[in-house]
Ligand binder design. Structure first.
Ligand SMILES: Cc1cc2nc3c(=O)[nH]c(=O)nc-3n(C[C@H](O)[C@H](O)[C@H](O)COP(=O)(O)OP(=O)(O)OC[C@H]3O[C@@H](n4cnc5c(N)ncnc54)[C@H](O)[C@@H]3O)c2cc1C
Length: 384
């Protein structure tokens, strides 16, 4: 793939990035107008947001903070944190795979062979391919270190057999960041390796699962003697736990930054709804929760950008995120009442969908109870 000549130079500060991006949004308003549209089925939405992503890539904005060797423009990763925020402010959605990029992208950049990272990351950033996260299994969700999907060493690589579950959007994914057991059955987190697997490899069956909002978001994945070449290992053999923790820091930290931007726009929708559905006090409380999330998350994205360890503090972000998200949509449910439950039309459907999805916020990326355990034991030093 050829890397396009960028139309921007790397801004020196976040404020400069913000000003520059706002000016670019204004200059490209006519071309961007198509992205205000929010309807359509999943494939249409993916295609539309893929076009937006390509525009942002070609202009350079989402290449900020990624090393030049993998298609980036260099500079600090924090520079691109303004992109989703300014898109939301101007009334556009974030490209669909932003969260994947911020969760899986940095781990692949860190742990893949340099040649592999240089091959796949530009394609991810440009929206030419999507990736999924193959961590959870039946019986290994909260207790991830209990995973059983087996990778057995073979000539030139590994052969993989077993099952994954709850893999989001795997039916559209070109690659999977997969955790597999390479150690003995009882080796827990010490016997896990991570791979970047091509989803069109023979022996993978993808079976979508319908969630309660009606989307086929999740999938079960079945692996029957699937070959993965040795150069697809991320990190070292039996060192997959470090990759998993890197991914989870992104999922609990950087993804929360993206989420709070969208939640803020939904709070504005609620507060300005013509029906006056929510009183000032509850809107104020939702705002407080979102501000707390924003401040925690801001600290995390700065730390991640500067390469500082974030440790267990991302559990605070994840817990603050699910608390704020559930509170906001509980307020919406109370205010909109039967409309949110039974109403037709785009607005009612989107509130209903968002309410139902908000229930998942205290499960994915590590359930709220698990985050509370981590905060209690590792941050507060309470006994197990
Ligand atoms: C929307 C969504 C998207 C997801 N996407 C992906 C994905 O792309 N890839 C992927 O790999 N996974 C994904 N998951 C799966 C997710 O990571 C798991 O659901 C989560 O880790 C919880 O695991 P579990 O479902 O097995 O529940 P369990 O671990 O069985 O937990 C059930 C309940 O028991 C509680 N519990 C468990 N252990 C303890 C404990 N020690 N102390 C106190 N309470 C405990 C939990 O908090 C939870 O309430 C997704 C989940 C959702 C909801």
């Amino acid at each position: 793939m050829t890397t396009p000549t960028s139309t921007i130079t790397v801004p020196a500060t976040v404020a400069e990035a913000r000003d520059g991006f706002r000016a670019w949004l204004a200059a490209n308003r006519a071309d961007l107008e198509q992205f205000r549209e929010s309807g359509g089925d999943v494939t249409e939405i993916f295609d539309r947001l893929g076009l937006l992503q390509r525009m942002l890539y070609d202009a350079g904005w989402i290449r900020l903070g990624w090393p030049e060797a993998i298609g980036g423009l260099g500079g600090r990763p924090i520079l691109r944190s303004v992109v989703s925020e300014e898109l939301a402010r101007a009334g556009y959605p974030p490209p669909f795979s932003f969260a994947t990029q911020e969760v899986l992208g940095p781990a692949v950049a860190e742990f893949a062979r340099p040649e592999l990272a240089a091959e796949v990351l530009p394609r991810l950033l440009r929206g030419e391919e999507t990736w999924c996260q193959g961590f959870s299994e039946p019986g290994a969700g909260s207790d991830l270190a209990a995973l059983r999907l087996k990778a057995v060493a073979a000539e030139g690589g590994w052969r993989i057999s077993g099952e994954k579950i709850w893999t989001s959007w795997a039916q559209f994914a070109d690659r999977c960041v997969l955790l597999a057991r390479t150690g003995a059955a009882g080796s827990a987190h010490r016997g896990i390796s991570a791979f970047l697997l091509d989803m069109d490899t023979a022996g993978i069956e993808v079976s979508p699962l319908r969630s309660m909002n009606g989307d086929d978001e999740f999938c079960s994945l079945y692996f029957d003697d699937v070959f993965v070449p040795e150069d697809r290992l991320l990190g070292v053999v039996d060192g997959g736990w470090a990759v998993a923790m890197h991914v989870l820091a992104g999922e609990r930290g950087a993804a929360a930054w993206q989420r709070q931007i969208w939640l803020r726009s939904r709070l504005t929708d609620l507060a300005t709804a013509p029906e006056q559905v929510a009183g000032d006090a509850v809107v104020g409380e939702a705002f407080e929760l979102l501000m707390a999330l924003r401040l925690l998350s801001r600290r995390t994205v700065h730390a991640l950008s500067d390469g500082e360890p974030v440790g267990s503090t991302t559990s605070l972000d994840k817990l603050a995120m699910s608390t704020a998200e559930k509170f906001l949509f509980d307020v919406a449910l109370t205010g909109l009442g039967s409309d949110i439950v039974l109403g037709g039309g785009e607005a009612a459907e989107s509130w209903r969908n968002d309410y139902l999805y908000s229930r998942a916020s205290s499960i994915y990326g590590g359930a709220a109870e698990i985050q509370r355990n981590i905060i209690a034991e590792r941050l507060l030093g309470l006994p197990r």
